[in-house]
Design a protein around this ligand. Sequence first.
Ligand code: ZN
Ligand code: ZN
Length: 178
Amino acid sequence: MKAEIKDGKISVKPIYNGEERELEVSFNLPEEDYGFDDVTFETPVRVYARVTGKAQGKEKNEGYTELYLEVAADISTECARCLEPVCETVEFNKAYGLTESKVSEDSEEYLSTDHGELDILECARSLFLLNFPSRFLCDEDCKGLCGECGKNLNDGECDCNKKEVDPRLAVLKNLKFD
Ligand SMILES: [Zn+2]
Ligand SMILES: [Zn+2]
């Protein structure tokens, strides 16, 4: 069944009551909820959430409610090392257990609901913001730019390292400072 969002929240009561086995909802994060310097969002941040009631335990009579959350967006930026353009899809997903009453603090794995209401917007926002990379690379092995001449070293080596070191400086290089 499709769930309806009100003020960023969905009601998971139908699951708790056993009326529904599964609730789904898709939406975009409001744009004002995210923004990173030097990163352009080519698409909004898409959110997909699924709440499932699961029976567990030996007798299959212990209720367990799971929230599966997925957030994704297409971004473009530049490589932190070589400054070449980078376009990629950033995507995170996570499953949580839902608890009906606020018995303890929300944790990494468990989220509590208030009167059967789940703040799905806040959950999606945290999942996206906490996992968003602080920098992007065109490739894990990107060699970056030469600090001397600025050449993109992915295109081949430059001559900077090959230059003979001035013999007078070479002496300094061997000095030890204790
Ligand atoms: Zn690069
Ligand atoms: Zn160079």
